[in-house]
Design a protein around this ligand. Structure first.
Ligand SMILES: [Zn+2]
Length: 107
């Protein structure tokens, strides 16, 4: 596989040039592991995104983080995201998990 041809993990388009490597935050990762059965990574998983998808993801994040913190949920096993994060969840649901790579394996 040529190294310079990476497909976007969200829309599947071939990314011209350098992809944007997105490293999920702890919450997203927990969601991906629980809901999507994301495999285990020794270091930190990251996924390639094209500019369009990265921009979309950013806008979703901007819209959902209104500075309101729900605090630490007491012992809740299911990491349910609040309804306002539905779009964010959809975005996560659409990611191609096979596209994830481990950050520690760049060379
Ligand atoms: Zn894309």
């Amino acid at each position: 596989m040529p190294d310079d041809d990476t497909d976007c993990s969200h829309c599947g388009e071939t990314i011209p040039g350098q992809p944007i490597w997105w490293a999920p935050s702890h919450d997203r990762l927990a969601y991906l592991e629980e809901a999507r059965d994301l495999g285990w990574f020794a270091h930190a998983p990251e996924a390639p995104l094209c500019r369009d998808c990265e921009a979309r993801f950013r806008s979703l994040k901007a819209g959902s983080s209104t500075g309101v913190s729900f605090g630490d949920s007491n012992d809740q096993l299911d990491t349910e995201l609040d309804p306002e994060q539905n779009e964010l969840t959809e975005f996560l649901d659409e990611l191609d998990l096979d596209a994830f790579r481990d950050k520690g394996m760049e060379h």
